[in-house]
Every structure is written in structure tokens, then in C-alpha cells.
Design a protein around this ligand. Structure first.
Ligand code: ADE
Ligand code: ZN
Length: 333
């Protein structure tokens, strides 16, 4: 076997964790069509081929328009269950043993869907994943940063009834012009209520947003963070505190953060000793789930076995699993 096929086998076979995954971003075109038909929601596509050809994005916002349009087919608790269960089956296929998923309740509640409908559908599918496949998970509720902080407070209020299901809060959607500092009071309240915090920062936005996420939102992880190399002081800080960066290579190319995978800075980030790992973000839109992301970035950057292993270990280390659970999995790698 060549070196590369050894590494590919290792990636496929090894138990993995995923830490940056939007459940609404796993809505595959076939399920989108099925739900649109069932729920009598009109979608602007005639065929699955037409959907796929619409998935050409030139930045984050051009993707988000299509992503929010897709969410409109999700109406009932069963729809959220089916969406999540389809992702669980992908986890099983990719040998993901633990996943921490985002959901965007404001995208649903603001079109009349009850918060309970959303969270219960997602939660029941994840419970079944544990019962049937022993796949563990955590749920992180994201605030949409293009909306105002008041809307965030209203959704946080609804989440208080579901503290048993939601481990933390995050920040996603349109980054530029919506800095973390816009949500400082909201995150303070979320922390007081016992939620862990994470935030998308430095996906396409400036390095100041990464500083703000750390200093003002007190995040445990930065989602993306790939812009960090533009600021040496920030790199020093990230290295010193070992705050994880949940990097998503196929997403970054689809959204034109890098013009091709070979230009991705993951290897450079790794070499600087930062706590980084690979994730899939919105795999139904970006052309690949976790194993695809790992295999394609390995090949594009010619990552060696040690580098791949580090990425997989970092992912367990950066999860919200207990220290015992982390060590148990890491000993198996
Ligand atoms: N929502 C879903 N995917 C996202 C991404 N990559 N960045 C920001 N918000 C998102
Ligand atoms: Zn994301």
C-alpha cells in the first residue's frame, strides 16, 4: 500500500469526533424535495440537478441566502427528526463516535415554528443515535448575528426550558458588519445561565472579531478562525491558551475564503502549534462530510500521518466530553 492509501484507510477506520456542523446544513436535496412536497412548500428548483447547480457561492452571504431558503421545508418535529437521523447515518458511515451539532432556532421560530418542535425533533434523533449506535452528542444553539441582540435574548429565554438538552450557545450567520461585541450582554447572560460559549469568528471577517470572541464572549472554541494568521499577536495568544479552531476546509473553498484546497492554511496553522481540527460545517451544500474533508485536505496539503493523527486527537481534546471520555477515545487512536 502506498503511504497515502495507508493514511486514507487510517482516516476512514479511526473513531472520530465532529465539532462544527450545522444540522440545517445537512439537508440533502432529496430530503428537501420530499419535505417540500409533503409540507406543500414551494422551492425554486425543478429537479435535484437544478438544486445542485444552484450551489455555486462567491462568499458567505451568497450561501446563507440559499441555506435559509432550504430551512423553510422543515415544519414538523418529524422533519427535524428525519433531518438529524440522516446525519446520524452519515456519522455511522464515517465512524464519527461523538458529534457536537449547531442548530439555528431563530431561522425556524421567526417563520412560526415552535421552539419545542425544533429541539425535540433533533434531540430524539440524537437519543436514538446513542441507543442504537452508541454515538454520543451535544447540542449547541446558535444566535443569528445578522439579527439584533433582543431577538437573541428572546430565543435564549426559550432555551432555558431545555438546559438538559443544550450544552452551549454559539454565534453564526453573516459575519462582516456583525462583530461579537454586538452580543456581549447576551453571551454574559448565557454564561450566567450555565451555557458554554463558542462563536464563528475570522471565517471571512477580521482578526479583531477573534479577539472579541475570546475577550468579550469568553468562548471555549473559535469556529473557523482561519484569518488568524494575519495577526502575529493573535497567533501567539491562540498558541498560549490553546483555544481550539474548528476549521472546515471544503466550506472555506466553496465560500471562496481560499481559492483552492491547495491554498488552505491548515498546515501552517498546525505547524504554528495551534489547537486545530477538521470539520464539515454544512456538508450537504459544500460537497462532503467529515471523511471527505479529511481525505481531500490530506491530499491537497500532503499531510503526513502524524499531522492527521494530531488533527483527530485535537478534535477529541477540544470537545465538550469529560476528561475521562476524551482520554478513553484518544487511547484508542
Ligand atoms: N451558518 C451555517 N453555516 C455557516 C457558516 N459557515 N458561517 C456562518 N454561519 C453559518
Ligand atoms: Zn459554521
Amino acid at each position: 500500500m502506498s503511504g497515502n492509501s495507508n493514511i486514507i484507510e487510517y482516516i476512514k477506520k479511526t473513531p472520530k469526533t465532529e465539532l462544527h456542523l450545522h444540522i440545517e446544513g445537512t439537508l440533502e436535496p432529496n430530503l428537501m424535495f420530499e419535505l417540500a412536497r409533503k409540507n406543500k412548500i414551494s422551492i425554486p428548483y425543478k429537479s435535484i440537478e437544478e438544486v445542485k447547480s444552484a450551489y455555486n457561492f462567491n462568499n458567505l452571504d451568497s450561501f446563507l441566502n440559499i441555506y435559509y431558503q432550504g430551512t423553510k421545508v422543515l415544519i414538523t418535529e418529524q422533519d427535524f427528526f428525519d433531518l438529524t437521523w440522516a446525519y446520524v447515518l452519515k456519522c455511522k458511515k464515517d465512524n464519527i463516535v461523538h458529534t457536537e451539532i449547531f442548530f439555528d432556532p431563530q431561522a425556524h421560530v421567526d417563520r412560526g415554528i415552535d421552539f419545542n418542535t425544533v429541539i425535540n425533533g433533533i434531540f430524539k434523533a440524537l437519543k436514538k443515535a446513542k441507543d442504537e449506535f452508541n454515538i454520543t452528542s451535544n447540542i449547541i444553539m446558535c444566535f443569528l448575528r445578522h439579527l439584533d441582540e433582543d431577538s437573541g435574548f428572546k430565543i435564549l429565554d426559550k432555551a432555558l426550558n431545555h438546559k438538559d438538552k443544550i450544552i452551549g450557545v454559539g454565534l453564526d450567520s453573516s459575519e462582516i458588519g456583525n462583530p461579537p461585541k454586538k452580543f456581549e450582554r447576551l453571551f454574559k447572560k448565557a454564561i450566567e445561565e450555565g451555557f458554554l460559549t463558542v462563536a464563528h469568528a475570522g471565517e471571512e471577517g477580521p482578526t479583531e472579531y477573534i479577539w472579541e470572541a475570546i475577550n468579550l464572549l469568553k468562548v471555549k472554541r473559535i469556529d473557523h478562525g482561519v484569518q488568524c494568521l494575519k495577526d502575529e499577536k493573535l497567533v501567539e495568544k491562540l498558541k498560549q491558551i490553546q483555544i481550539p479552531l474548528t476549521v472546515c476546509p471544503l466550506s472555506n473553498v466553496k465560500l471562496c475564503v481560499f481559492n483552492k484546497l491547495e491554498k488552505h492554511n491548515l498546515k501552517e496553522i498546525l505547524k504554528k502549534g495551534l489547537m486545530v481540527m477538521v470539520n464539515s460545517d454544512d456538508p450537504a451544500y459544500f460537497g462532503g462530510y467529515l471523511n471527505d474533508n479529511l481525505i481531500k485536505i490530506q491530499s491537497a496539503l500532503n499531510l503526513n500521518m502524524n499531522e492527521v493523527k494530531t488533527l483527530l486527537i485535537n478534535s477529541f481534546k477540544s470537545s465538550f466530553l469529560s476528561e475521562n471520555e476524551k482520554n478513553n477515545w484518544i487511547s484508542k487512536l
